[in-house]
Design a binder for this molecule. Structure first.
Ligand SMILES: NC(=O)c1ccc[n+]([C@@H]2O[C@H](COP(=O)([O-])OP(=O)(O)OC[C@H]3O[C@@H](n4cnc5c(N)ncnc54)[C@H](OP(=O)(O)O)[C@@H]3O)[C@@H](O)[C@H]2O)c1
Length: 244
């Protein structure tokens, strides 16, 4: 089981920190007493709080990821928040590739690069996914990329868990940000979802359902045959001999 992960006195990196949920996460993490917040963004970003260190970080850019690792030096919590969500009908391969590049391979690249630091600190990875990881929404390439990122998150949990790194998946419902601007559906504020995510981490939840809509699925997910099978498979992974 993952350990409770509070942000107080911790060094935390948030990707996509310039707007939307990422920005709200930065504010809530500061409010809860983090020691340092690395705010990743594609363009230069300024913040009045001296605990914030801006980082130029396009999650699809390997050189920028490597430079960020050099700059950060030590890290307790990585929050993979950066993402894109564009409408498509699966007829446009370029749209699918763009979603996979950011929402799957971007998360993979950043996590892989920071894993040694997180292993040293026995820290945490938090992947901002979506309910669309569980059931496809009418934005198929986005849903597909989030479903793949959820599977990657579960594999990482089994692999990195053995090294003391806890891995959380955030399965949020709609959030009132630029991404969902055109969707005429009930949405939760980014501020309330940021609080829900940090509360879920503090409770040590593997899957975090941070808003009222997704929270209605939490109990059935945690008691499901899917979750039991995930734990069974994780035990196999952890029993396998370590690669030299
Ligand atoms: N909004 C929702 O309804 C909803 C629901 C569930 C989950 N989520 C997830 O929540 C996360 C945040 O989304 P949001 O709602 O806050 O959307 P948003 O307002 O559109 O913000 C997206 C953020 O991701 C950044 N980003 C995009 N591509 C990037 C790249 N290649 N490298 C680095 N940063 C990049 C954007 O930076 P730029 O400003 O440079 O573009 C921006 O900071 C996403 O993972 C999203 O899938 C959103």
């Amino acid at each position: 089981m993952p350990k409770s992960m509070e942000v107080t006195d911790k060094a935390v990196l948030v990707t996509g920190a310039n707007r939307g949920l990422g920005k709200a996460l930065v504010e809530e993490i500061l409010r809860r007493g983090a020691k340092r917040v690395y705010a990743g963004a594609r363009k230069p970003l300024a913040h009045a709080d001296r605990r914030v260190t801006p980082l130029i970080l396009d999650v699809t850019d390997t050189a920028q990821i490597e430079a960020a690792v050099e700059r950060v030096g030590s890290l307790d919590i990585l929050i993979n928040n950066a993402g894109i969500g564009l409408y498509d009908d699966l007829g446009d391969r370029a749209a699918l590739e763009r979603h996979l590049a950011v929402n799957l391979l971007g998360v993979h690249g950043v996590t892989d690069a920071f894993l040694p630091l997180l292993t040293s600190s026995r820290g945490a990875v938090v992947n901002i996914l979506s309910e669309a990881a569980l059931v496809p929404f009418p934005i198929p390439s986005y849903s597909l990329s989030k479903a793949a990122a959820f599977s990657m998150t579960q594999s990482l949990r089994a692999l990195a868990g053995a090294r003391g790194v806890s891995v959380h998946a955030v399965l949020s419902g709609p959030i009132d940000t630029d991404m969902s601007r055109d969707a005429d559906i009930p949405k939760s504020s980014a501020e309330s979802v940021a609080k829900g995510i940090l509360d879920g981490m503090a409770r040590g939840e593997e899957e975090i359902f941070p808003d009222p809509k997704s929270a209605s699925m939490a109990e059935s997910w945690r008691g499901s045959a899917f979750k039991a099978l995930e734990r069974q498979m994780a035990a196999f992974v952890q029993a396998m001999p370590a690669k030299s």
